[in-house]
Design a protein around this ligand. Structure first.
Ligand code: DQA
Length: 144
């Protein structure tokens, strides 16, 4: 199984940005934990991060024919981007939405998730573990 992990804007600043919400570990640590977990579970993983909406749309499109599933944390674009929703619908791959924080218990504007409308599962408020649970979920789905 090949999974593309796509991370949106400002996640590259983990460890610096709003540590009370997102924690002290940096983006390199997140990548390391995802890669190690994937390796021990026999999954091929590629991790991508961009601050640009268009680059994220391009990354989703490039999954077509190259990946079996997508794990996506669109960050702030979650709540604004119909382009990302449309790209996820277009490729129609199993997609799991991840958020480090519990978006539903924050500001009202974080309660809407466009990307989530094209995802089959969401893990939010679990920190880095959300990405690992998303891998578990996709592995369980592929075994069915
Ligand atoms: C986030 C939540 C979003 O609302 C926010 O804009 C982010 C990160 C999270 O992982 O908790 O940048 O997606």
């Amino acid at each position: 199984m090949k999974i593309k992990v796509i991370n949106g804007p400002n996640l590259n600043l983990l460890g610096i940005r709003e540590v009370a919400i997102y924690g002290k570990q940096d983006y390199a640590a997140l990548k390391r934990q995802i890669a190690e977990y994937a390796k021990t579970h026999g999954v091929e993983i590629e991790i991508f991060q961009s601050n640009s909406e268009g680059a994220i749309v391009d990354a989703i499109q490039s999954c077509l024919g190259n990946f079996d599933a997508i794990i996506i944390n669109p960050a702030a674009y979650t709540h604004t981007s119909i382009a990302i929703l449309d790209a996820l619908k277009a490729v129609a791959l199993p997609a799991v939405e991840v958020h480090l924080s519990d978006v539903d218990s924050r500001e009202d504007f974080r309660k809407i998730s466009y990307a989530g409308m094209a995802c089959c599962q969401r893990f939010a408020g679990m920190g880095f573990d959300g990405y690992l649970r998303a891998i578990d979920f996709l592995i369980a789905g592929s075994a069915r």
